[in-house]
Design a protein around this ligand. Structure first.
Ligand code: DP6
Length: 326
């Protein structure tokens, strides 16, 4: 059976950083995100009898490092469900991958859903989809769900998974994403997670992270944008302070990243509510409300560093599409 799924990346509001168990990707802490409608990975999978190995094409390329990670995930899925056979996989993104926009989250969420469906499995729970996604990439654990998502850290493989805490239409937030570069990140998130504990600030972060998770849930429930925005921006800076003070230290930002951060603060001085957050890359998510969207976009567009703006709202869980990529 040939199946195609489309999945969106997410923007972490309270970030996943550090792992209690790297092999199982059990995170050091829980995290909360918004899945992003409009940005997506589309993946077609078909198990074909004549294949002697998985045949994988990502964005028109067969990069060894990416192909290996996809093969490993297909092995995991085959093993979990006691299935054999090799698959043809074709995957396309409509946004830049490897630049800090969680393309591994949407990529492995789409692959998990498409591969499971291509094997003809119809009774796999969303909890198990999230667990399978997590084993490939932490963010895929959340991108297996839709809307506003909480990943509960858990203790082991069975207890570490994500759930949607609000549907996409809960809150009309807008994420204006400033693309300042399409370079591939120099340090991957997987490499960065392994350094988290070397930062002297990591223990301080761990000491108050559960409090932050509770507070962001209160703001989300009440749709209280000002303290919500202040918290996610402070969280992004705390997270980057861990990167800056890890050993070896790791600076993800480009000059354009800082220019966008300053423009966001200038917008606020002018009464326009917008707050930034950044993952392990240089491109910047700017969260705002619909009434400010145009002014935010105009201001970011004026930056000489910004080559493109993408706009997203809260989005759905991975869903099947009928147009296949091969
Ligand atoms: C900074 O999920 O990309 O974006 O599990 O090793 O694949 P692996 O890492 P990944 O880490 C994402 C880290 C982050 C924060 C977040 O999205 O919560």
């Amino acid at each position: 059976m040939k199946t195609t799924f489309r999945a969106s990346p997410d923007v972490a509001l309270i970030k996943y950083w550090g792992k209690k168990d790297a092999a199982l990707r059990i995170p050091a802490n829980g995290s909360i995100s918004m899945v992003l409608a409009g940005l997506d990975t589309t993946t077609t999978v078909e198990f074909q009898d004549h294949l002697t190995a998985d045949d994988i094409m990502i964005q028109g390329e067969t990069k060894e490092i990416e192909v290996k990670r996809v093969r490993k995930h297909l092995d995991r899925i085959r093993q979990t469900f006691g299935k054999n056979g090799y698959a043809k996989v074709v995957s396309e993104n409509n946004f830049p991958k490897g630049t800090g926009l969680s393309s591994s989250g949407s990529g492995f969420a789409a692959l998990t859903y498409a591969a499971v469906a291509a094997l003809g499995l119809t009774d796999v729970s969303s909890q198990q989809m999230s667990i399978l996604g997590r084993l490939a990439s932490g963010t895929a654990c959340r991108c297996a769900c839709g809307g506003f998502v909480e990943w509960t850290e858990g203790r082991d493989n069975e207890t570490s998974y994500s759930q949607s805490i609000y549907p996409a239409d809960h809150w009309d937030l807008v994420d204006v994403i400033a693309i300042v570069s399409r370079d591939m990140k120099k340090t991957t998130s997987t490499e960065g997670h392994a350094l988290a504990e070397t930062s002297p600030f990591f223990a301080a972060r761990q000491a108050h992270i559960n409090g932050k998770l509770s507070v962001i849930k209160e703001y989300l429930a009440a749709k209280d944008f000002t303290p919500f925005g202040e918290l996610i921006e402070a969280e992004a800076l705390e997270f980057h302070s861990i990167l800056h003070t890890s050993n070896p230290s790791f600076i993800a930002w480009y000059p354009g990243t800082i220019d966008v951060m300053e423009r966001v603060r200038m917008l606020r001085k002018n009464g326009i509510e917008a707050y930034f957050t950044i993952n392990t890359g240089f491109n910047v998510h700017v969260l705002t409300l619909p009434q400010y969207q145009q002014q935010v976009a105009d201001t970011l567009q004026e930056s000489p560093f910004v080559s493109q703006l993408l706009t997203a709202k809260a989005g759905p869980k991975p869903n099947p599409v009928t147009t296949h990529l091969f």
